[in-house]
Write a protein of this length. Structure first.
Length: 322
């Protein structure tokens, strides 16, 4: 009896050919979908090119010239930038803007979070409360500035009437640089409703199971807020922080209306954008104003990048980690 041992043949290995360039080419259907997509977003593309890229590039070109708007621009190189770093009013207006942004932005975040917590209460009339808290943010800044001008009027203003009830004397809050800037900081909080809605959306997305587990562990309301609510609101905080800084360094209307475009007292409310506006439209110095605009653009970009870089330490996108 003979026995034979069968040796299994090794499995065939088929090597996949390296992908060729032809395999990466788009098909006719993919090209058609791409053209359709570009067609749908073409209004946005045209808008960005016409109202973002072109003004930035043109402003940089004009910033290298001496230009009044009525004559041909004359190339002067970096003279306008040198002047911007040596002009005392540029330094003062920059300091006023930093003072405003350093107070208005963090205070605005706190006010918006408090408003969002109030909007998130489970009460019967919560819809009415949400509307009442949000409506002030719908008032145009121009009109709001006029309202605040009446509030702080040293003769018949509401604030002085309130002080008079306690036997105090009338005070002119717009007569001193620091108090005038504080009035504008307080006025900025009237638009906190926009940020509050974003925080409210973030609060609605926080799972209740996290709070229930925290209560079982004996965590207080403050501990729940600092360990659950704030970490999970960090993406919304990041967004509102960037938009708040961008708005803060461009403050203009409030100081312009309250001081009739003068920046009084003692240039205490002369913000950077107001001085830029004066150079462009009052002094017909468009080259210097464009240099100021380019510098403001660069500062805004640097601040945005810095905030994004720092956000990696405090922004939490993982709900389970709360």
């Amino acid at each position: 009896m003979s026995s034979s041992v069968r040796v299994a043949a090794p499995p065939r290995t088929t090597e996949q050919p390296a992908p060729s360039r032809r395999q990466h080419r788009m098909s006719t259907a993919e090209k058609r979908r791409l053209r359709t997509g570009l067609l749908f977003i073409s209004p946005w593309i045209v808008g960005v090119l016409a109202f973002v890229f072109y003004p930035v590039i043109y402003s940089f070109i004009i910033s290298l010239t001496r230009y009044s708007g009525m004559q041909k621009p004359k190339f002067v190189g970096l003279t306008n930038y040198v002047t911007a770093f040596t002009d005392p009013l540029v330094r003062q207006s920059t300091g006023n803007t930093i003072f405003y942004a350093a107070l208005a932005v963090p205070i605005g975040l706190v006010v918006a979070i408090v408003l969002a917590l109030a909007m998130n209460r489970n009460v019967r009339e919560v819809g009415v409360y949400r509307a009442a808290l949000y409506i002030p943010s719908l008032v145009p800044i121009f009109a709001l500035a006029f309202i605040f001008a009446v509030f702080v009027n040293p003769t018949y203003g509401v604030i002085n009437r309130f002080i008079a009830l306690f036997g105090g004397q009338n005070v002119d809050l717009l007569a001193e640089p620091t108090s005038a800037k504080l009035v504008i900081v307080a006025m900025a909080q009237m638009s906190a409703g926009n940020a509050a809605l974003i925080f409210l959306a973030g609060l609605r997305n926080v799972p209740n199971t996290l709070y229930e587990a925290a209560r079982v562990d004996g965590a207080s309301r403050l501990r729940q807020f600092t360990s659950i609510t704030l970490p999970l609101l960090s993406p919304a905080i990041l967004f509102n922080l960037i938009t708040g800084v961008s708005t803060g360094i461009q403050v203009f209307t409030e100081g312009f209306v309250l001081t009739n475009g003068k920046g009084d007292p003692d240039n205490g409310t002369l913000f950077y954008m107001m001085y830029l506006y004066k150079n462009a439209f009052s002094y017909a110095n468009l080259g210097f104003a464009s240099a100021m605009a380019v510098l403001l653009f660069l500062v805004g970009m640097i601040l945005a990048v810095l905030i994004y870089w720092l956000s990696r330490r405090f922004v939490n996108y993982d709900v389970s980690a709360g």
